[in-house]
Design a protein around this ligand. Structure first.
Ligand code: KIV
Ligand code: ZN
Length: 402
């Protein structure tokens, strides 16, 4: 069975940048955009040009800086927004306008004080208007997660008629369960006339920690594009994280899916985004957290030293990390200590290791983690001879007791 390619639409520079406290200047955005292109994303959502002159300029500069990747600009279903997005994209080799409107009852009633029919009219007009500027028009049905499927299907059918090339089904508030979101995508696939002419896209927020699971469910039910961000940054609890969805696809070949992502650049891209945005990645974040490939308990360390796969299902090299790390803490055992000493050039025999271990435990109980520097101090304290053996006094008493 032929594998199906899933397009990666990165919105780190738009939805990701909407996060409080995260502000990127044009130079930083260009740097990130170039890295995203090297990473192999299919589309870079570069910004929301109508929101500020700075964002307009960034989108324009990104268009000049990338060559193969499609560049997308966000707009509301408002002529002025669309016009400005079209202008900002003028230098893009592959421009896309992303326009749309809220489709849930909540948005129609409270945000727009409107009616379902009027929302469809505005959606059609937005797509028709965007088509004046670019061929590639993606339509988003904001709050699709809470939109009734029949109405959503009607909206989709109409925007397809007027030339939308991609339809984004955002779970804007992170409301759906994976099964529910997958059913929504399948419902659209099975009930919308003309659906085969366009790509369906997932855009899931992480309010309940389900963004990645929902995106996965979406693609398993027919969506062809996933919208995501590096490190999962984005409004409130964030978006689907690129590294998670890409690695899920890579690790599960039975899904018969693939992406164009060079996964070996994932770790360095994560660092770049974290550095530029000032948003630290939580230590236990899947794939890119500092602990994602670190082992600190004795049982796990012993297993990983014998065979990495005992406690790791992902090869760290696949995401650009040289090797798993064995962190020395008070929970570590002799195997980990011997391994780390070996890395410092000390090959310890059983007796020497026992001695070093007893000194190590005293240090480790006081510290969170024992660094190489501290380990060198511990080895010095053990006062081993040049062959890493314990020194003895003439009457055979050990002299290097702490
Ligand atoms: O979450 C959302 O609905 C969005 C849209 C603007 C695409 O970010
Ligand atoms: Zn969003």
């Amino acid at each position: 069975m032929e594998k199906k390619r899933i397009q990666i639409f990165d919105t780190t520079l738009r939805d990701g940048e909407q996060v409080p406290g995260c502000k990127l200047n044009t130079k930083e955005k260009i740097k990130i955009a170039k890295r995203l292109e090297a990473l192999g994303v299919d589309v870079i959502e570069a910004g929301f040009p109508t929101s500020s002159p700075g964002d307009y300029q960034s989108v324009q500069e990104i268009c000049r800086s990338v060559s193969k990747t499609a560049v997308c600009a966000l707009s509301r279903a408002v002529e002025k927004d669309i016009e400005i997005a079209g202008q900002a994209l003028q230098y893009a080799k592959r421009p896309r306008i992303h326009t749309g409107i809220g489709t849930s009852n909540c948005h129609i009633r409270y945000k727009f004080n409107s009616t379902p029919d009027k929302i469809i009219e505005r959606a059609i007009h937005a797509v028709k208007y965007a088509k004046r500027f670019v061929e590639d028009v993606e339509f988003y049905a904001e709050d699709a997660g809470r939109t009734e499927n029949e109405f959503l299907a009607k909206v989709c059918e109409n925007v397809i008629k007027y030339g939308a090339t991609v339809i984004n089904i955002p779970d804007t508030t992170g409301f759906c369960l994976p099964e529910e979101y997958g059913d929504k995508i399948r419902f659209l696939k099975e009930n919308v006339k003309g659906i085969h002419k366009i790509k369906l896209s997932t855009h899931c927020h992480n309010d309940l920690g389900l963004a990645t699971a929902n995106s996965l469910s979406g693609i398993m039910n027919g969506a062809e594009q996933v919208e995501c961000t590096i490190n999962g940054i984005g409004e409130r609890a964030g978006n689907t994280s690129l590294e998670e969805i890409v690695m899920i696809i890579k690790q599960n070949s039975h899904l018969n899916l693939f992406t164009n992502i060079n996964t070996k650049l994932i770790s360095s891209t994560s660092h770049l985004v974290s550095e530029c945005t000032g948003m630290r990645v939580q230590a236990n974040k899947a794939i890119v957290g500092i602990n994602a490939f670190s082992h600190s308990s004795g049982i796990h360390q012993d297993g990983v030293i014998k065979k990495r796969e005992t406690y790791e299902s992902i090869n760290p090299e696949d995401v650009g990390i040289d090797q798993s790390s064995i962190v020395l803490t008070a929970r570590s055992g002799r195997a980990a200590l011997a391994y780390r000493c070996k890395k410092l050039g000390h090959f310890l025999n059983k007796n020497s290791l026992d001695l070093v271990y007893s000194i190590f435990l005293k240090y480790a109980d006081e510290k969170k983690e024992i660094t190489d520097r501290e380990l060198k101090t511990i080895l010095k304290k053990a006062n081993l001879n040049a062959n890493n053996k314990i020194l003895h006094t003439p009457n055979n008493r050990r002299i290097n007791v702490v």
